[in-house]
Structures are given as C-alpha cells and as structure tokens.
Ligand binder design. Structure first.
Ligand SMILES: CC(C)(COP(=O)(O)OP(=O)(O)OC[C@H]1O[C@@H](n2cnc3c(N)ncnc32)[C@H](O)[C@@H]1OP(=O)(O)O)[C@@H](O)C(=O)NCCC(=O)NCCS
Length: 147
C-alpha cells in the first residue's frame, strides 16, 4: 500500500490570521483536549497574538483552500521542549498528527533539548496512538528523548 506523507511547512507572522481561524474552528471538546480547557474565542485570540513565531516553532499542514488543516506548536525550554497539536475534524486520520510530531521532534533535537513533553490523557486514543508512533512513551507525562 502506498503511504502519502503530508507536506508540512513552518509558519511565520504572516500566518497569524490563518492560525486564529484554525483554532477557532475547534469545538469545545477539541479545545479542552488542545488547551486543557474549553477556552473562549477571546482567549484563543490572545493566545495567537502572544505567540512568538520567531522563538517557538509552529508547523502546519495546509488544506486545499490554503487554510491550516493541522498545526503543532513547539515550545523550547532550557532543556525540555513541549508541544500542542490539533487537526481539524475533516482532515483527521491522514497521518497529519504523526507528520507534525516528526517536525516537532526534529525542532527539539536542533534546539538541543534532551526531552520533549506532551500533555494528553490516556482517553485521547488518537493522540496516544500518534505519540506512540512518533516514539513518545508515557512516564508521568508523554515524553520522548530527543538527544
Ligand atoms: C489527536 C489528533 C491530533 C489526531 O490527529 P490525526 O491527524 O487524526 O492523527 P493521525 O492521522 O496522524 O493518526 C494518529 C493515530 O491515531 C489513530 N486513531 C485515529 N482515530 C482513532 C480512534 N478513534 N481511536 C484510536 N486510535 C485512533 C490512527 O490510526 C493513528 O494511529 P496509527 O498511526 O498507529 O494507525 C486529532 O484528533 C485532534 O486534533 N484532536 C483534538 C486536539 C487534541 O486532542 N490534541 C492533542 C493534545 S495536544
């Protein structure tokens, strides 16, 4: 069987409006899974405004209309990186999450992080499957050695 690997790209300041549209398209349950709470539109707006696209990595898979089907936010700490990921419902099940986890891991490695973290619950089965496939293992939180 032929596997199509999604094309990923790094976002910059010009993509802030598309990023906002992506996050606002998440329903309350997806917002809870992505942000830890079913955050209101205004909170998402402030989050997108505050994102430092020079320091942190934001990678995406575009949809056919130039919107963002999937986005990963890669935050670099002193020795640890942390990621948050979302794929819009119409685009799920095509390997976007796994592809973006690969981008996140490479970014953590390039930044010299020794491990990478992702907060997700055991009940989030698609995320757990994607994390496993990308080499993450659960300790107290989902993490992966990257150095
Ligand atoms: C979790 C999420 C990112 C997965 O996105 P996706 O693009 O559908 O993921 P992929 O296509 O890369 O597939 C990931 C894995 O999940 C599996 N999967 C999909 N749906 C599943 C389900 N209902 N139950 C169990 N596994 C499932 C896939 O088979 C795949 O595993 P495999 O590669 O071993 O076959 C997406 O559902 C999402 O955005 N959810 C809301 C936000 C969220 O939960 N973020 C995570 C916390 S930061």
């Amino acid at each position: 069987m032929k596997t199509i690997v999604p094309l990923t790209l790094r976002l910059n300041g010009a993509d802030r409006i598309a990023l906002l549209a992506h996050f606002l398209a998440l329903d309350p349950e997806d917002r809870r899974l992505r942000f830890g709470a079913a955050v209101a539109d205004e909170v998402i707006g402030q989050y997108v405004e505050r994102l430092d696209l020079g320091r942190d990595g934001l990678f995406a898979v575009r949809d056919d209309d130039d919107g963002l089907a999937a986005v990963v936010h890669v935050a670099i700490g002193d020795s640890t990186g942390e990621l948050g990921l979302s794929v819009l419902p119409a685009h799920r099940g095509h390997g976007h999450a796994v592809a973006l986890l690969g981008e996140a891991t490479r970014t953590f490695q390039a930044a010299g992080c020794s491990s990478a973290l992702c907060d997700t619950g055991e009940t989030n089965r698609p995320m757990v499957a994607a994390l496993r496939r990308a080499g993450y293992r659960e300790h107290s939180r989902w993490q992966r050695k990257v150095a």
